[in-house]
Write a protein that binds this ligand. Structure first.
Ligand SMILES: Cc1cc2nc3c(=O)[nH]c(=O)nc-3n(C[C@H](O)[C@H](O)[C@H](O)COP(=O)(O)O)c2cc1C
Length: 210
């Protein structure tokens, strides 16, 4: 009787362990299947989000190449503010240079790195600037975001030349860009980063399309 009871308990435990293992295997298989089906959709959604951002600084109608695939990575900490490789997307219209979109960082924001996208036309003019990511203070430094103020649009159409280089600063530093009331550090950092990006593009010239 005792032995029979022990056997039954043993069998019950084995059965429970077997069921549990089966459950684990099925769950893992289900997760893998979900991942297999959703991963391409997630990648495509991320691609579209990036393209939408890029198109804010380089309008889609100005080029007809696959811009996301036409990318080159450069490591230029002095010009692009980061020791990491930064993306340069090359826009082309019928295979002719139509513009560059550079990823750059202003490392000297009030709260550290400000991630920026800068669009530059082949003649050196800025086609647009947008802030991608920052930790500046709401109500002060965050006026660099387009959804807060249109300050970031003040770069549109400007270029950096030897003659106007000293105008690439905030008004407090005798430049032509507005600062914000009680917040000069953030706009100063962004103006500095865009200026350095243009300096880099001016120096490299058409080689950036190679
Ligand atoms: C809590 C706190 C948060 C601040 N955040 C920012 C900021 O995000 N961006 C900025 O430029 N200045 C910020 N400031 C102000 C700076 O410390 C600095 O005073 C200002 O940028 C200098 O600009 P002003 O010469 O126009 O006053 C902040 C100050 C405090 C006390």
């Amino acid at each position: 009787m005792n032995q029979k009871n022990t056997l039954t308990l043993h069998q019950t435990m084995l059965r429970a362990a077997g069921l549990l293992s089966l459950f684990v295997v099925l769950s893992v298989a289900l997760l893998m299947a979900i991942n297999w089906f959703t991963q391409p959709k997630i990648i495509e959604a991320e691609r579209q989000a990036l393209l939408q951002l890029i198109n804010q600084v380089m309008p889609a109608e100005t080029y007809n190449n696959d811009l996301l695939a036409d990318v080159r990575f450069v490591t230029e900490p002095d010009f692009l503010g980061s020791p990491e490789p930064m993306a340069i997307y090359r826009a082309r219209l019928n295979n002719q240079p139509a513009g560059l979109v550079l990823q750059t960082i202003a490392p000297n924001g009030y709260s550290g790195n400000i991630h920026i996208l800068v669009g530059v036309l082949p003649d050196g003019r800025v086609s647009g600037v947008r802030v991608l990511k920052h930790r500046e203070t709401p109500g002060l430094g965050d006026k660099i975001e387009l959804r807060k103020t249109d300050w970031i649009l003040s770069f549109n159409g400007k270029s950096l030349t030897e003659q106007n280089a000293n105008r690439w600063a905030v008004k407090r530093d005798r430049g032509e860009f507005d600062q914000f009331t009680g917040a000069t550090i953030t706009p100063r950092a962004v103006v500095g980063a865009v200026r350095k990006t243009l300096d880099y593009v001016n120096q490299q010239g058409v080689a950036l399309y190679d």
